[in-house]
Design a protein around this ligand. Structure first.
Ligand code: ZN
Ligand code: FE
Ligand code: FE
Ligand code: ZN
Length: 265
């Protein structure tokens, strides 16, 4: 199996060096890993209250560290990815910045609505006074825009808006079908991100109905633990393996120089 969503201590809220993540991946028998640490928000003109990404000066070193690890790793394939925030106002800037660096893949994620980091536990009280139905609409409109920008290979934790357990009252079935179509049309992958199981919501991203809608539309799928410490590498993967075979998913997408291919599960 592969784990395409690994952070390192550079982002300021994770622990461990790339080597530590590699060792753990080897120990649990993964075939391929990819790092996707947080792209410097300062380069996007965004300065959040809490530090959640590496600094702009660190980006080149981050890439070099992973490139070195590629050489060092024996059997394991190692990829250099990045997780970058999507803000509709700075699409062009994101495009220009991504061209400057040689990533194997780019995960586009939404952690902010305006300047509210709705994925950060410190700001989770922000959900309290909101109309959750409207919030979901707003969030998935941003996801759709992110897909249509075609800036990203993969959308990160696509339904992370559920992270703290706030759910709308309406049936989301039609929304999942629509999202799956948008992903297919725009040639965007999703990831099965297992970190949600350890969040208050207690389930993977995406939920099973959305995952199955994506599978029906033949949207390619990658897999990631969103590890912020080495022992989180590959978390819940045995369960993922049975889930995916149960729903008829037989391959995972992999990337090199932003070109997609696949491996059997
Ligand atoms: Zn993080
Ligand atoms: Fe994220
Ligand atoms: Fe992440
Ligand atoms: Zn993440």
């Amino acid at each position: 199996m592969i784990d395409y969503h690994l952070h390192t201590k550079r982002c300021g809220h994770a622990t461990g060096l790339p080597e530590d993540y590699l060792l753990r991946a080897e120990a649990i028998g993964l075939q391929e890993i990819g790092f996707s640490d947080h792209f410097p928000l300062s380069l996007l003109g965004h300065t959040p209250k809490a530090k959640v990404t590496m600094e702009s000066e660190e980006l080149v070193d981050y890439i070099q560290d992973i490139e070195k690890l590629k050489e060092k790793a024996r059997i394991m394939k190692v990829k250099v990815g990045i997780e970058i925030d999507y803000f509709p106002e700075v699409e062009e800037k994101i495009g220009r910045l991504l061209e400057e660096y040689a990533f194997d893949y780019v995960i586009g994620s939404i952690h902010f609505i305006g300047d509210w980091d709705f994925t950060h536990p410190a700001y989770a009280e922000g959900y309290r006074n909101l109309d959750i139905d409207r919030l979901y609409v707003e969030y998935f409109e941003l996801i759709e825009k992110a897909c249509r920008s075609r800036l990203f290979d993969i959308i990160g934790h696509i339904d992370v808006i559920k992270k703290f357990g706030y759910r709308p009252g309406t049936d989301l079935g039609p929304l999942w079908l629509k999202m799956a179509c948008v992903l297919r049309e725009t040639g965007t992958c999703i990831e099965l991100n297992t970190s949600g199981r350890d969040a208050p919501v207690g389930e993977f991203y995406p939920n099973q109905p959305l995952l199955e809608a994506c599978l029906a539309e033949r949207v390619p799928l990658t897999l990631g633990s969103d590890a912020h410490s080495p022992e989180q590498v590959g978390r819940y993967f045995p369960e993922v393996k049975s889930l995916l075979s149960e729903i008829g998913c037989r391959e995972l997408a992999i990337f090199e120089n932003r070109v997609i291919s696949s491996v059997a599960l």
